[in-house]
Structures are given as C-alpha cells and as structure tokens.
Design a protein around this ligand. Sequence first.
Ligand code: ZN
Length: 117
Amino acid sequence: MPIRPELRKYYGVAHRAYRLALIAARGNRCSKCGQEVTKYLNLAHTTHDPKRSDVALMCPADHNRHDARHRYAVWRRNRARRVGQLWLWAEVQWAPYPLWLIPPRERPAPDKPGDLF
Ligand SMILES: [Zn+2]
C-alpha cells in the first residue's frame, strides 16, 4: 500500500532505524504467524496511526491482512468524497483516520472516540 504523501515524513530514517533495532532485539520473526522472515519484515503500525509507537513486526502477508479493513475504509471514504456523498455524522466520514488528521471542528466529542470500523 503506498504511503500517503501527508504521512511520508513518519517513514524516514528514524523509522527504518527503529525497525532494524526491533529486529535485532526480537529476531526476524513475524509477530502474527511466527514465520522467520529474512527479507521485507515490515514494521506495522497496529493502530494505523504513524504518530503513535504501537508497532509490530509482521511478514508482508500479515501486514497486508492487518491493513485490509483500514485500507478498505479509507478507499470507501475517498470514493464517497469524490462523488459528493453527504455524511450523517462526521464520525462516520473520519472513522479510519487518526484524530490529529481530522479537522478540529469535525472531531468527535471526547465521549465518542469515533472508532466505527
Ligand atoms: Zn506473518
């Protein structure tokens, strides 16, 4: 999945160094299936928020599976936005995005976390 331009800054040298440090500390095994991965072991954001440090080492197949629902949710919302769909609630429109990417006036109230998918 290509990294969106507004998020690329979170996948620089520091991200790559962190991935290598984690592999050195934990070994080159996928945290989902346990398979040893000699190449392309991914550092996946478990919450889909690159600003947070919740990460796991995953093989490409498990990383793809982990991101599938999120990718589908973003794709549906982008498609709906392109055709001018109106939203019943802002929380539905913004559900797959991290809170800090949501315009402040459209952020869900603190008692509604907005995790709808
Ligand atoms: Zn795996």
